[in-house]
Design a protein around this ligand. Sequence first.
Ligand SMILES: Nc1ncnc2c1ncn2[C@@H]1O[C@H](COP(=O)(O)OP(=O)(O)OP(=O)(O)O)[C@@H](O)[C@H]1O
Length: 292
Amino acid sequence: MTQPVLAFRDLTLGYDRHPAVHHLTGDVARGSLTAVVGPNGSGKSTLMKGIVGVLAPLGGQVGVAPGTRIAYLAQQSEIDRTFPARVIDLVRLGLWGKRGLLGRYDAADHANCRKALQAVGLDGFQDRPLDTLSGGQLQRALFARVLVQDADLILLDEPFNAIDVNTVADLVALIRLWHGEKRTILVVAHDLDLVRRHFPETLILSRRKVAWGPTLDVLIPENLARARNFDEAWSDDAPWCEPDHVHGGPDHVHGGPDHGHSHDHHDGHARHEHPRPAGAPAHGHGSGRGGR
Ligand SMILES: Nc1ncnc2c1ncn2[C@@H]1O[C@H](COP(=O)(O)OP(=O)(O)OP(=O)(O)O)[C@@H](O)[C@H]1O
């Protein structure tokens, strides 16, 4: 693989010392298009937050290749729609990286935003208040923001949730366009048929990595059953590092060996640093403990 855009090294993410993503190891190749699937509560959103650095690792590291521009689209339920803003204001947020908070937009920026709105089918919507948009229209506006961001790494958390088939088709077309432009894309999704049709790679997560690799190899009944079993076997009161055999065997399809089990992250002192895991891109978010 060429230098990966993202490298997870024994990554554990969680809340109040409870792990939600457990000892994840693996690389995300530059230009890849990956679906992240798994049961509700299996750590998919948590992983996205760990990648962007909203959540610091409790153990292990996330390495992000230097200079990577990241666009992150959170689940719609996390977006405050009552914020008094227009569609164009939302789309312009995508220019922050370029213009800064107080920067002035030039004619090229205006043209860029208009073009993005056209591309997502929202021509003429620029002055509409956000709280008047349907769920599908809001999702289109958020995709316009991603378009304007011109990111190398695009993270989309359940972008197809509660969206009609036409909107899904349009959003998938945009994702495929970005894939054609060699951007790296991770998408949290629940519709496995859609994943089979459009996503070359899949990571099945159930707090821990169940399988990761080419979609048609990974989305097999055996792996899906393992994901369900891991999920059902999970207890929030469980100790941090249960041995593999408790959950049904080693889990490796993609990336390096998982589960070092040092049990050394019980102190909960997660630090937000930028270490460089062995063989991983520089720049990242780590627990500061390094590899083992
Ligand atoms: N802010 C938080 N504080 C405490 N626990 C949290 C928090 N956010 C998520 N969790 C817990 O972490 C676990 C993983 O949640 P996460 O949202 O990552 O799952 P998910 O796979 O994205 O689920 P879904 O498919 O339902 O969106 C769940 O048990 C959840 O209750």
